[in-house]
Design a protein. Structure first.
Length: 228
C-alpha cells in the first residue's frame, strides 16, 4: 500500500511503525529528526520525478510511505460497536475520506460502505488524513442482512434525508446507526424502508442541501452528544 502527502504519512509513521516497509523523501528536511532516527535504513531519498511517478501525479509533498496492506476488520466487530456509520452508495473518495475523518474524531466506532464493489483504501487514507488507518471501512454489497441483525441486537437506525423531521429535536439511542446516502440518489429505497427515524438539517436560508460530508459532520456531532 502506497500513501503520500505530509499529513497522512506523518500520521502513519508516528502510529504504525510495525507496518512501515519503506519511506521515500525528496529532500532531507522533510522528516523531523526523531522520525529520521526512528526509521533510519528504511528511508530513501529519491528524485522528484520518481516521487511523481510513485504518486501517479498526485501532490506527494515530498514524502511517500510504503506500508503493509491494511487488514479490514471482520463484520462481527461491527456488531460489538455502539455507534455505527453506514454509507449507502457513496463512491467519492474525497467525501468518504472527509466523513471518516470526522467520524474518527467524534467517536464513531465502525464504518460500513454498501452499494460499492470495492474501496480505494489508499486514496481514502489520504483524503481522511490517515483517520481511515484507525477507522477502517468495511465493504458490503448488500447491507440488509447486517441491518436486520443490528435490529435484532436492538440498534436504532437513523437516516439523513431532506424529507425527515428536524434534527434539532432528535434524541438517539446508545446503540445507534447513522445512514448516509449518495449525493445524487440519497438513501436507497430498500435501506430507507428499514430506518427507525429520518431527520433533516434545518436551513436558516432557503437552500436545497449541504454537501454530504458537511451534513455528515453535523449529524455525527449531534449523534455523539444527543444520546437519550
Amino acid at each position: 500500500m502506497i500513501i503520500y502527502g505530509k499529513q497522512v504519512c506523518l500520521h502513519a509513521l508516528k502510529n504504525y511503525e510495525n507496518k512501515i516497509e519503506k519511506v521515500y523523501q525528496t529532500k532531507l528536511s522533510i522528516l523531523p529528526k526523531e522520525l529520521l532516527k526512528k526509521y533510519g535504513s528504511k528511508i530513501k531519498t529519491i528524485e522528484n520525478k520518481w516521487a511523481q511517478k510513485m504518486a501517479k501525479g498526485g501532490n506527494h509533498q515530498g514524502i511517500i510511505v510504503e506500508l503493509e496492506d491494511i487488514e479490514v476488520p471482520d463484520i462481527s466487530s461491527v456488531k460489538k460497536s455502539n455507534f455505527i456509520l453506514l454509507l449507502d452508495g457513496l463512491t467519492d473518495v474525497g467525501n468518504i475520506g472527509a466523513i471518516i475523518r470526522t467520524a474518527y474524531a467524534l467517536g464513531v466506532e465502525a464504518v460500513v460502505a454498501s452499494g460499492v464493489k470495492q474501496l480505494n483504501y489508499e486514496a481514502i487514507a489520504r483524503t481522511s488524513s490517515g483517520a481511515s488507518l484507525d477507522l477502517i471501512p468495511i465493504v458490503l454489497q448488500n447491507p440488509l442482512d447486517l441491518i436486520n441483525e443490528l435490529k435484532q441486537l436492538e440498534f436504532k437506525l437513523y437516516g439523513a434525508d431532506l424529507d425527515g423531521k428536524p434534527l434539532s429535536n432528535a434524541t438517539f439511542q446508545e446503540k445507534r446507526v447513522l445512514v448516509l446516502g449518495s449525493e445524487d440518489r440519497g438513501i436507497s429505497k430498500r435501506v430507507k424502508s428499514k430506518l427507525d427515524n429520518v431527520y433533516k438539517i434545518e436551513m436558516a436560508r432557503e437552500f436545497d442541501s449541504l454537501n454530504v460530508s458537511a451534513a455528515a459532520a453535523i449529524f455525527i456531532y449531534r449523534m455523539s452528544n444527543g444520546v437519550n
